[in-house]
Design a protein. Sequence first.
Length: 559
Amino acid sequence: MSKIIIIHPGSLYLRIGKASDLNPEMILNCVARKRKGKDPGNIHQDSILPESSKTKDIIHEMDESRLSVSHMLQNCLQTNGRKRYGTPSQQLASFNKRVHPEIVSGQPEVFWLKPKEKVNTIVGAEVLRLDPNGNFNIHFPIRRGEFNIHKGIGGSMFSVLEDIRTIWEYSIKNYLDINIKDLNQYKAVLIIPDIYNRKRIKELTALIFKMGFSACFLVQEHVAATFGSGLSYACVVDIGDQKISISCIEDALSHPNTRVSLKFGGGDVTMCFFWLLQKVAFPYKECQPNNNQDAVLLNHLKESSCHIDMNICGSQEKSFIINRPEQSPVRYVLQVADELLIAPLSLFHTDLLKFSLGNTNRDKIIQIQKTLGQDFDSEDCFNAEFLRETGRRANAGYTKDQTENSFNANDGNAMDADDEIVVDETDKDLLKFNANDFQTSTGQVSGLESAILQSIEHLPNEELKKKMYNCVLLVGGSSKIPGLARWLQTKIQQAIPLTYRTESQDIVMTPKDVDPGHIVWRGASVMAGLEASEELWITKEDFENYGVRILREKVPFIW
């Protein structure tokens, strides 16, 4: 196990370590590269938090949702049966406006990182210490769980893959103390999303072998989560920094029709929290979420303060220290109340997230994807799109000339979706998942509990639905908000159809004695050590000889 390296790339952090390790190393998944020349067009700096979009309509809808949630909280009861009470935002703002920063003595001073002349690349948390006005571009190669491809500097597929390789090699060398030249003695387990793009996975697999690994094993996140939790089945809900993914797992298989991706996560909750703090006159007026030092501060405030606990009422006094490079450390005191609850409740009331989501993403929030038929790959002769291209017409009178004319009319594109295709029985099994590649919701973005119910309802039979309704596994680094699991359980219990309800029990489970953010990584390390996994390793020679076809044969899921 000491010769197996588990790699779990995420939008904000990379988790990496040997399979024999108890916990993975966490590295900020970003890289800074020295800028060439002084052309302003060469500047690109990704930020930790999602970009925000402010329009009058968005702010109006968010205010309405905030008031609605506030009224709902005031009608909730504490465990002692008493009604909750809130503190008016005007009262909080009156206190916060009188707050002045207090210089803190005894705190270590922080200085901007000044790389040596020949240093062209900085990786991980040290990127945060780079002067924003310096000559380094900052890249997060993965955003919203996908490759961060854009039109700016460093936004090509080649650049993204090069950034990923740089981060992985740096982490292996500096955190795992392994020489890159010795990677031919190691195997790699790559953890991939349940909703994945085959071309992207092929590129990452090729990258692993380019780095020198002798073999590779691909594992889906949610399958690994069940292994890490010791469950044979579960509806897995993975709340990450920039996306939430949901799918139903049974006996180490992910049901394709149940896979849901919500394009928001903990980072969007942080943006909502910042907006709520501004409503009560946040005393640190210079705070800018697109500044990575301030983004880290806001994330820390959210993680240390936000909760979903109905027993906590009224105003709470919080203090925080700003330790900015080249400046004296200062302390602020802040009063907040139900803002600490409203921010995490934005996962259920998604109008509160429009500050970071905007209107452009409203139709892209929920995707239920059938993995097969996702894209065309000429190297994969059993790809569903390839089968569609080469399918035979059922009508025996359809001549070769007519077929050629049909393709000419379509400029060489695939046949129309309504055309009948004659295939062998085995091919029908491949194509039966491909009625739609994905379904996209329109209008109102669904909350977390609605997405879970939608996922479970796509299961093929009633018995499976009943099992999943009573076993929801909550994992992910952004799932650690106190009270989140209990609130989610209440919402699911209220929405479960009567036929699937059982006696009162814990529906929503969280990993015990394990960081929820590490559970997927740990599950992958368990899978790597199983005797049944021996046949699923892809060797470098296999990949060089057969390419993407070996992935179809070897991966432990439907390709």
